[in-house]
Design a protein around this ligand. Sequence first.
Ligand SMILES: Cc1cc2nc3c(=O)[nH]c(=O)nc-3n(C[C@H](O)[C@H](O)[C@H](O)COP(=O)(O)O)c2cc1C
Length: 427
Amino acid sequence: MNDGQKIYGVAYIPEGKNGRISLVICCHGLGGSYITNEDYAVFLASRGIAAYCFDFRGGGGSRSDGETTDMSIMTEVSDIEAILDASSQWEFVDPDQIVLLGTSQGGAASAIAAARHKDEIAGAILLYPAFLMHDEIHRQFASLDDVPDSFFFRWITLGRVYAEDIWDYDVYDEIKNYDKKVLLMHGDEDDIVPIRYSERASEVYPDADYYVIPGAGHGFYGEAKIIALLMMVLSMVFLFTACSGGGNSSGTQSENTTEASSASDASTDTAADDTAKADGNILVAYYSYTGNTEAVAKQIADLTGGDLAEIQRKEDYQDLQTDAKEEIDQDIRPEITVSVENVEDYDTIFVGYPIWWDEAPAMISTFLDSYDFSGKTIVPFCTSSSDEIDNSLHIFSEICPDANIAEGLTANDDADIEPWLQRLGAV
Ligand SMILES: Cc1cc2nc3c(=O)[nH]c(=O)nc-3n(C[C@H](O)[C@H](O)[C@H](O)COP(=O)(O)O)c2cc1C
């Protein structure tokens, strides 16, 4: 709880560890969720380190309470403080070994929280932290008086408080006070948070290990993610040599369930033909920019026994905000790669994507257009900050008129996935 509002989270606790152990609190970026950093949490738990992933209040598709218009980087700092207070009492946590891990805006919030609580936070792991928020808001508004009660920022509706809280705030002036170990990592192809923001952070921190990941963008995948995972475990071992034993690799998940029911999304999205059933062999194809949809795709593949196929844009965006929007608006079909070759051998194809400006990214149109899906069953699913899948569904019947389009899902709540698969007859 924070300020009378519930915070939803999931703890990843290594099995086979007795006594109190280190805890990494994982903080997601703007529009993300506890799922964003799940891979890090699972890996840490497999190395004997507990992790806690949560949804910030007002985070968008958040299972925690609060509206996006009441959220700011400072309310996120306050959420981290609330979790810090609570987690230091958990029986499996060594309160002297609590580390913050933050990605993007969660990285900036973690850095601020660490500076404000340097006696309680043993270390900070910052992945492509969004230290640009002050500059971004100043770019969008000439003065604080120009900021309306609510406004669209990137892809999310924010309130005045978001701008007010950082208008005169110098993040570097505060974070420089954190004198414990900081692991700072940034991709040199990040087109959302330019790398210079981390370069500057590396200069102000008294004790930062700063790594540039060649070729990585905003969000680490593949090799970049492996490097990040290894670096963070090494850092943890370095910080607390006692942690290096590792627990049972499976670990356990413990969910703070009190909030789950109140914050869950409806799972009743309907598509053109909600009587279509999953049938035969299953492919779970997905495009994911920051990892949320990928995490859902993996769950669907696990539950259904389907194969995974990753859709990628052949070339990275030069400027995501303008290029991606223009592609959608003008129905441009960018070139893609798909990680399996025999897409047409499958009878049921799940197609997952993040919602971008209330639509599917243009790569999904390219994918649908690239194969003959006549007579096959296509099952759309998406993740988003807040928007439902409905508005994005039109492309399926437009591009694949002879396919059976099954009930789609806005998969922002894990609890919705299995019942939906059951309705489809896929499990
Ligand atoms: C360019 C862009 C546009 C977005 N537009 C929206 C939007 O219109 N509505 C929404 O609810 N979320 C929007 N989001 C948030 C994403 O849909 C959300 O974070 C999603 O879970 C990301 O999935 P991924 O991690 O698989 O990329 C947008 C994100 C980006 C990067």
